[in-house]
Every structure is written in C-alpha cells, then in structure tokens.
Write a protein that binds this ligand. Structure first.
Ligand code: GLN
Length: 290
C-alpha cells in the first residue's frame, strides 16, 4: 500500500477523535519509530509504497490510537527534557510542568540561590560545564550532596537531576514494583547511577537525610475527574494521579512531615502542586520547623 494511503486511513479513522494536526503528528511519529522514515518523506517521495510487514505496526498503532491509548505507551517512549525514557502503563507519562520543576531546581543550584553544594558543585550539562562559584561557607554541605525523589514513577525527575548534577547522590523511591522496574531501566539507558528504594512514603521508616527532596505526588481530586481526558483516565495509573476528595493533600502532609525530619539544615523541598490547592498546600508549612 502507498504510505500516502495509510496516512489518509489514519485521518479517516481518527478524524472524529483528534484534531488534524495531532493525527499528522501521530502518523509521522509512527513512521519515524517503526520504519525509521523521516517526517518529510512524503514531500520528497510521494509515491513511496510499503510492504505488508512494514504496514503492520502502523495499523496496530492505529487500532490502539482509536482506543485513545496515549502514543507514548504505544511506542513505549517519552521525552523529558533531554532524556528519552521508556514508559508503559505502570508509570505516568512525564509532563512539561514536571520539566519546569526540574529546571527550577537546576536554576536554583546554578544561581546558588540554593545553599546546597559547595565549591566543587558541578552542573552536568556539557554546554554549561563550569564550576559553580564558591560557596561562602565551605563546611556547609560537604559533597556529595544528596537528593531524594519521592514517587519516582518513570524516574524522570531523579534521572534528569542525576544527569545534570554531577556531584549529587540521587535516591528515588516508589511504592510500585512496576514503576521501579521502569525507572531502573531508564536510569541504565541514560547512564546514571540512582539508588532506588521500594518504599511507601505514607508508611516509611527510611532513616536517611537529604539536601534536596523533590516530589510530584498524586494530586488530582476525584471531583476533578470529569475534566480529565479519556486517554489519561483509561490508561495512566490511577494511583499516580488521584487522591481522595476528603484528604487531597495527604501526600503533601506526609512528605512535609518526612522533610521536617530528614531535610538537612539548609536543604530544600520542591513540589509540583495542584493549581486549585495552592493556598491550602502553602498552609501545610505553617508552624513547621524548617
Ligand atoms: N515523578 C514521576 C513524574 O513526575 C511520577 C509522578 C507520579 O506518579 N505521581 O512523572
């Protein structure tokens, strides 16, 4: 069959579910992924034809797209900052907001707003591989400093931090075995060393201290489910997303309790939060000993 004809079938079969541009993007991602064909192939070779074997994965992907399965799960890959990550239905697909969270931590450290690290602190982006300015107080936070990612899922946060903070000793925990398998695989494929811990943060006896604690915990209330797209609701792990309406900040409260005990003196805690619960989340920090 001609590649052009398959593209038309994608549009015909998916047209009632997705906008045109998204269907184009699905189609081009699939031909890139399965056939290693460039996105512009149809512009230069409009008559390109595929064999039956070449067509097969494109039609399989099409049937899954019709069920609204996220493309990242179909292809088994997602991008996060400069990382390529394996993803399956054991883990949340990393989001752009979470990239902002990681960027915020890296920016803080680079600009030394964070007191973490001292003179040997190195930022690992090859283009920016410069030593950060000396800290005033060198006795403070002897290196390497330590980072904990709570609820690591695909490992996106911890792997990005481990890759960019050369002197950090990075730990990541998750309650899900399936998620830990995915995160471990991603740490290996991205060449970083992370200590993964199988722990339930709601019930942990972990006795380590950290200079940075970061988390993107579940924070979507059941009452917000109506506004959540089918591809998210039906395919992404509910335990990674949803919290009970009567205690939506349960993870934040527990993580703040944990941080109160296990954050080093000038350590920092970073969260992604529910945009509708900003004030309530902030209030959890009242009367705390940070
Ligand atoms: N830390 C992972 C992410 O940000 C998983 C988060 C989660 O499962 N709630 O994608």
């Amino acid at each position: 069959m001609l590649l052009k004809e398959i593209k038309d079938i994608y549009h015909k079969e998916l047209g009632t579910i997705y906008p045109k541009e998204e269907i184009d993007s699905f189609f081009y991602s699939c031909i890139e992924h399965y056939l290693n064909l460039q996105r512009f192939i149809l512009a230069i070779q409009p008559g390109i034809a595929l064999t039956k074997e070449e067509e097969q994965p494109l039609f399989e992907a099409l049937s899954e797209l019709k069920l609204e399965k996220p493309l990242q799960y179909i292809l088994g890959t997602a991008h996060f900052m400069d990382l390529e990550l394996y993803v399956d239905e054991n883990v949340l697909i990393p989001r752009p907001e979470t990239e902002e969270l990681v960027q915020w931590i890296l920016d803080d450290i680079r600009s030394q707003k964070s007191d973490v690290g001292s003179q040997k602190l190195q930022v690992g982006n090859p283009e920016l591989k410069a030593e950060a300015p000396c800290s005033e107080d060198e006795s403070f936070h002897p290196l390497p400093f330590s980072v904990l990612d709570i609820g690591t899922g695909s490992g996106c946060i911890s792997i990005a931090l481990a890759k960019h903070l050369l002197n950090a000793k990075v730990f990541a925990l998750d309650v899900s075995d399936g998620a830990l398998d995915v995160a471990q695989k991603n740490a290996v494929s991205n060449g970083v060393d992370i200590t993964f811990l199988h722990e339930d943060i709601l019930n942990t006896e972990l006795e380590l201290d950290f200079d940075i604690i970061v988390s993107n915990p579940p924070y979507v209330r059941e009452l917000e489910k109506g506004g959540i797209q089918k591809n998210v609701k039906d395919f992404e792990p509910g335990t990674a997303l949803f919290v009970p309406d009567d205690d939506p900040l349960v993870f934040y409260r527990v993580i703040i309790d944990f941080a109160e005990k296990h954050l080093s003196e000038k350590g920092k805690l970073y969260f992604e939060i529910n945009q509708y619960l900003g004030k309530e989340t902030q209030a959890l920090f009242n009367h705390r000993n940070f």
